[in-house]
Design a protein around this ligand. Structure first.
Ligand code: PNS
Length: 159
C-alpha cells in the first residue's frame, strides 16, 4: 500500500491544487491532503477553515483524506506510514524552492521520495495568493477555486 501525502498551506485551496489532487489520486493507493498548521507566514484562513474548504472541495472523494500537521513534514510522513510527498510545479520559479525542500527532506529521511507533477497549463498562473488578491479587491474568482468554496472565500474579505 503506497500512501502519498500532498502537503501545503491551502490558504485557500484553488482549482490548481484540486487538479493535482485528482491526478495524484490515480497514482497513489491512498492520498492524504495535509494542511500545515503553523507557517512562517500567518495564514488568512484559520486551520479549521482551510481544512473545511478542502473537505467541501473533496466532498465527492471520500477516498481522499484531509488532515493537518505541524512541525516537520518528514515526521508526519513517518507517523502516517507514507512513502511519497506529492508536489505540484508551475513555473521554473517554483523549482528552486521545491528542490531545496525535497533535498532537505532527503537529508532527514532518505526513504521518503518527493514526486513532482506539472501543473496543468490552465492553472500554471494560479496560486492561493492570487486568489486572495482578487477576492480582496473585488476581482472575479470564478473558475479559479472550487464552486462550493467561492462564497466562503469572498465572504472572508468582505468588510
Ligand atoms: O503551500 P505551501 O505553503 O507552498 O506548502 C509548503 C509546505 C507546507 C509543503 C512546506 O512549508 C512544509 O513542508 N513545511 C513543513 C515544515 C518542514 O518540514 N520543513 C522542512 C522542509 S524545508
Amino acid at each position: 500500500m503506497k500512501i502519498c501525502v500532498y502537503p501545503g498551506s491551502f490558504d485557500p485551496v484553488t482549482n490548481g491544487h484540486l487538479d493535482i489532487i485528482h491526478r495524484a489520486s490515480k497514482i497513489c493507493d491512498k492520498l492524504i491532503v495535509a494542511v500545515l498548521v503553523n507557517h512562517s507566514k500567518t495564514p488568512v484562513f484559520s486551520l479549521e477553515e482551510r481544512v473545511d474548504l478542502l473537505k467541501c472541495a473533496l466532498k465527492d472523494r471520500p477516498d481522499i483524506e484531509v488532515d493537518s500537521f505541524s512541525g516537520l513534514l518528514v515526521n508526519y510522513m513517518k507517523k502516517r506510514n507514507a512513502t511519497a510527498i506529492i508536489k505540484g510545479l508551475r513555473a521554473i520559479s517554483d523549482y528552486e524552492y521545491e528542490l531545496q525542500m525535497a533535498l532537505t527532506n532527503k537529508t532527514q529521511n532518505p526513504e521518503i521520495e518527493t514526486l513532482f507533477m506539472m501543473a496543468s497549463v490552465n492553472y500554471s498562473f494560479l496560486s492561493s495568493s492570487i486568489v486572495r488578491e482578487l477576492a480582496k479587491n473585488g476581482g472575479d474568482i470564478d473558475g479559479l477555486v472550487p464552486d462550493c468554496i467561492k462564497d466562503a472565500v469572498l465572504r472572508k474579505f468582505r468588510t
